[in-house]
Design a protein around this ligand. Structure first.
Ligand code: AMP
Ligand code: MN
Ligand code: MN
Ligand code: MN
Length: 280
């Protein structure tokens, strides 16, 4: 069975390892095919590809795009994208600019509850000045002793309804899928179980996603319970969607799954890589 991991982050977005170190870790852990999917940024792809080529790992260009849909934030993975496609580059640039003003608003909210200097503090954890996200704030808040780890700091400060949360307008679902498809890639709904969607809203999302030309559901994800894996595997089959799998690895101590440690996709599902060259 192919050891394949199609979702992870480098320090180009909110991961801890450089693209090169990420690929080296994947190699050590037996990964044969790896996609790097940084949030709203493709700046790490060329470095990762170079490292993968010299280590004989098959490398897939990827990205994880932040989308606003019906008042919620969704993540759409683009796999096998062309990083030179201008509409994709421009769309991601706009998203990253939006992150700058959101970071200022997050810092202002934290200031209101007496947490000072969080913007500078978060920036100290940014590996690439082009992108800042909640994880960088989370690392600063843990450093300052406001919570014991990343998971608890999100729960206490950074999710909807908590003092450091601020709403934000991301890309339209249709735009994200068009950028991905226009660049020759495939669009995948990342960790669908993370959004707390009811049955009907899930069906609405899948209908719209299919209509817009989406390709797959990320069924295997550390965000999913075994029941959710079954649930989304069944939906994928019913909707004629392929299935993807990814560790969503961010760093050695910040992830549930490490690279190369994923459960197999459920029988009866079509893997997204079934028609990729040399990967069937
Ligand atoms: P952002 O795109 O800046 O809003 O940040 C989203 C990122 O924050 C996700 O990709 C995760 O890396 C991290 N994250 C979100 N929710 C949680 C959570 N409950 N626990 C730990 N990390 C989280
Ligand atoms: Mn992340
Ligand atoms: Mn995500
Ligand atoms: Mn991710």
């Amino acid at each position: 069975m192919l050891n394949i991991d199609l979702h992870c982050h480098s320090n180009i977005s909110d991961g801890l390892l450089t693209p090169t170190h990420l690929v080296e870790r994947a190699l050590l852990r037996g990964v044969e095919t790896l996609a790097l999917t940084d949030h709203d940024d493709i700046a790490g792809l060329s470095e990762a590809k170079k490292a993968a080529d010299s280590n004989r790992i098959k490398f897939i260009n990827g990205v994880e795009i932040s989308v606003s849909w019906r008042g919620r934030t969704l993540h759409i993975l683009g796999l096998a994208i062309d990083p030179k496609y201008t509409p994709l580059i421009e769309g991601l640039t706009t998203l990253r600019i939006g992150r700058l003003s959101r970071a200022e608003r997050i810092a202002a909210e934290l200031e209101k509850i007496g947490i000072h200097g969080s913007l500078e503090g978060a920036y100290a954890y940014v590996g690439n000045q082009g992108i800042i996200g909640r994880t960088h704030f989370a690392r600063f808040l843990v450093e300052q002793g406001h919570a014991k780890n990343i998971k608890s700091v999100f729960k206490k400060y950074l999710v909807k309804g908590k003092p450091g949360y601020t709403p934000h307008q991301w890309a339209e679902l249709s735009d994200a899928i068009n950028w991905i498809k226009g660049s020759g890639g495939q669009a995948v709904i990342a960790h669908p179980g993370r959004y707390g969607l009811g049955k009907n809203v899930t069906q609405d999302l899948l209908d719209e996603f299919c209509r817009l030309g989406g390709s797959a559901l990320e069924v295997i994800s550390p965000s999913h319970t075994p029941e959710q894996v079954k649930f989304y595997a069944q939906h994928a089959q019913d909707m004629n969607l392929s299935v993807s799998c990814g560790s969503d690895f961010h760093g050695p101590n910040e992830s549930y799954y490490d690279l190369g440690q994923l459960p197999h996709i459920p029988p009866g599902c079509t893997p997204i890589w079934h028609d990729w060259q040399n990967n069937s």
